[in-house]
Design a protein around this ligand. Sequence first.
Ligand code: TRP
Length: 361
Amino acid sequence: MGKIILTGDRPTGRLHVGHYVGSLKRRVELQNSGEYDKTFIMIADAQALTDNIENPEKVRQNIIEVALDYLSCGLDPAKSTLFIQSQISELCELTFYYMDLVTVSRLQRNPTVKAEIQMRNFEASIPVGFFTYPISQAADITAFKATTVPVGDDQLPMIEQTREIVRKFNSVYSEVLVEPEALLPQNQACMRLPGIDGKAKMSKSLGNCIYLADTADDVRKKIMSMYTDPTHLQVSDPGHIEGNTVFTYLDAFCKDEHFERYLPEYANLDELKAHYQRGGLGDVKVKKLLNNVMQEELEPIRNRRKEYEKDIPEIYNILKKGSEKAREEAAQTLSEVKNAMRINYFDDAELIKNQAEKYGE
Ligand code: TRP
């Protein structure tokens, strides 16, 4: 059996550098590694609707933004199938059957869903669709027989839920579904990149994101205004690295080779950190390094985006073709699922014969 990737994002806004180091960059590497037989990248519009029912237009408008971000990062429609979740009706059918395999109390224990319910003040008025989205996510993953799901650690409870559904289905019916594994970012900084204000999460409503589509000037301004160490008042003061956003970003973006290009007086990030901690190194110098490093990474992405923006109908066409292909895969799995569940009555000659005999005598 082959190795298959499936992952995706809710289209509720443009993608930011947190998405990039947390998952996007890795997806492109995996896509190009040649180690995977198939790669599916899904724009999860139906999941986005589960907590945006007051604002469906936001979801609709952001599909193209996410698609442009995907393509400009290097996801290649010749290698990866890019598709839109709502276009694959088979996913709803799978979700409906999987619902029988999960209890309400199991869903209530999902820590990510719990946190989201709190954040959105849903408490007493949780939409059923939102409450059950981990089941629909299991359908997303299993429909493509994904072995590997590159995600951030907040998605681990969804993968665990998926694995439980797979085991349950396979034991009740027969071995049709594949247990997926999560693939997490390689380092802590990439796992959860903070906002430029130092807050734990980058979010549009907090206005603390650096977007992939930001101009070079915007990126520079945002970096220059980044939260650092409030006790590091003068250049000569010893500084702190922990909780210092600029260093967290350097952990996520910086490689040794960058020092040769931009700050040859240091061999690597450890030396720079040591100097900062000793005192005598100013924030502006560190921020300028970060700006150089990030511009180097973001510029090609920005340039590719500009190219893709010139032909928007073609982007929809890519998504349409991808959705058609994804649908074929999902339909194949659904058919295997229905066979295993023995709800394929009209193809079941034996069932029809036996029932006929029962009534024949
Ligand atoms: N829950 C993911 C998010 O919020 C999006 C998503 C939907 C997803 N279905 C998926 C991710 C399947 C991985 C696999 O970003």
